[in-house]
Design a protein around this ligand. Sequence first.
Ligand code: HEC
Length: 132
Amino acid sequence: MTLKSTLFALSSFLGIAIAGSALAQSGENTYKQVCASCHGAGVLNAPKFGDKAKWAPLIAEGQVTLTAHGYVGVRAMPPKGGNPNLSIEGFADALVYMVNNSGGKWTSPNAQTIAAINKEVEARKAGLNKKQ
Ligand code: HEC
């Protein structure tokens, strides 16, 4: 391989990598595609997007707890927002978007916070199984 062709191969590889990362959904997109159908209008009594009074006590539970409980599902709130392919990171970012438009100020969770959320997800599932 010549230097030129190596560079070409490298740049096209990087091009694919950049295009690939653009496929990772933003919290706003995930919210619109997965959560808005219920949380936009308050279907089934879902806490409505932008309703600060409804969100305040939920936000007070903290990011780890609220994200984990929402991901596992709560009463009429389906697990993973009803999308079985939604990752914990994707769910968390959609929730950050919803919270930040409803009176809160959260940031996209880092690896440490994701680990804590995953731990709470397992604890929540174990607790729910015990009740059944
Ligand atoms: C099929 C409708 C539906 C969809 C889709 C949905 N939700 Fe919900 N969600 C609800 C309802 C209903 C509640 C209220 C549950 C209750 O308290 O009885 C709720 C509650 C919640 C709560 C509060 C949980 C708690 O601990 O009280 C969070 C957080 C949440 N949703 C996040 C999301 C996110 C993020 C998405 C999208 C990824 C999503 N929801 C998609 C219906 C939905």
